[in-house]
Design a protein around this ligand. Structure first.
Ligand code: HEC
Length: 258
């Protein structure tokens, strides 16, 4: 009786196991097939997300970074600020109460690379622009503890000592253009002048704010330092959607803020 059942089972197994043998008993083959299956699943999800333009609703007020902000952004990347600061407000009550309007996909269209981050040792910076004064950022970056008691943020004093390297500015603008950032044609030649003008503005804000005892720096002294570029960048973050579109009435602003 026992013999009979086992021979029936054997027959059944051999027939049924054909595909099992072909695929699952050969580890390398199994790996290859698994990758193919996962790739199909991934492609089905990812390709439409990237290809369908209407997934990212364009926001008219979102403009490319100014040359100074672009340089500041690169310093932000170099110093690894993204390791401690995210740049994305999630659409959750406790986030919007703390940081403000949640982030929209259309706000990041000119971010190459994006800096959303994944860790918040420090607060989210997606809506940092305009929250503090230029001089607050200046002091805070040099000695965080002095401006934010108990802060564990590292100090970045060299940002106020090192001159901003603008050697690659032209190239950076050209590269951004090739990635689809709509700087006007030939803008790379004018970029440096714009950069200097904006740097001067921020430098004079800082000098005007800081009393003589706090700092004895002059506008010209700090206008070409790295710190001014990174402040320009921080002050831009998340401000675009608050800007009034050039030729729009109040009504349009309200709908675009929704
Ligand atoms: C080790 C983690 C860490 C790193 C790296 C770091 N930060 Fe911070 N940051 C913090 C913490 C913690 C706070 C909150 C305390 C404070 O205000 O200093 C903070 C606060 C801030 C704030 C104030 C936000 C606000 O309005 O309350 C700004 C702006 C900021 N960081 C910018 C930067 C920049 C720019 C860099 C890179 C040059 C940087 N951080 C690197 C941890 C970090």
């Amino acid at each position: 009786m026992v013999e009979v059942t086992s021979s029936i089972n054997k027959k059944h197994d051999e027939k049924d196991e054909y595909w099992h043998r072909v695929i699952e008993r050969k580890p390398v083959r199994l790996l290859v097939f698994s990758i193919i299956v996962i790739a199909i699943g991934g492609a089905v999800e990812i390709i439409p997300t990237m290809a369908v333009k209407s997934n990212i609703k364009p926001i008219a007020q979102v403009k490319p970074y100014t040359p100074l902000e672009l340089e500041g952004r690169d310093i932000y990347i170099r110093e690894g600020c993204v390791q401690c600061h995210s740049q994305m407000v999630r659409p959750l009550r406790f986030e919007t109460e703390r940081y403000g309007e949640y982030s929209k996909a259309g706000e990041f269209v000119y971010d190459h690379p994006f800096l959303w981050g994944s860790k918040r040792t420090g607060p989210d910076l997606a809506r940092e622009g305009g929250l503090r004064s230029d001089s607050w950022h200046y002091g805070h970056l040099i000695i965080p503890k002095q401006w934010s008691p108990g802060s564990i943020m590292p100090a970045y004093p060299w940002l106020a000592e090192d001159d901003l390297n603008t050697e690659y500015l032209e190239k950076k603008i050209t590269v951004m253009q090739s990635l689809g950032v709509p700087y006007p044609e030939g803008y790379e030649k004018e970029a440096l002048a714009d950069l200097k003008e904006q740097a001067k503005e921020i430098a004079s804000n800082i000098v005007n704010d800081l009393s003589k005892e706090e700092s004895n720096v002059s506008v010209d002294e700090i206008a070409n330092k790295e710190i001014v570029a990174i402040i320009a960048y921080l002050q831009r973050l998340g401000t675009d959607i608050k800007a009034v579109p050039a030729e729009a009435g109040d009504e349009e602003i309200e709908t675009s803020m929704k």
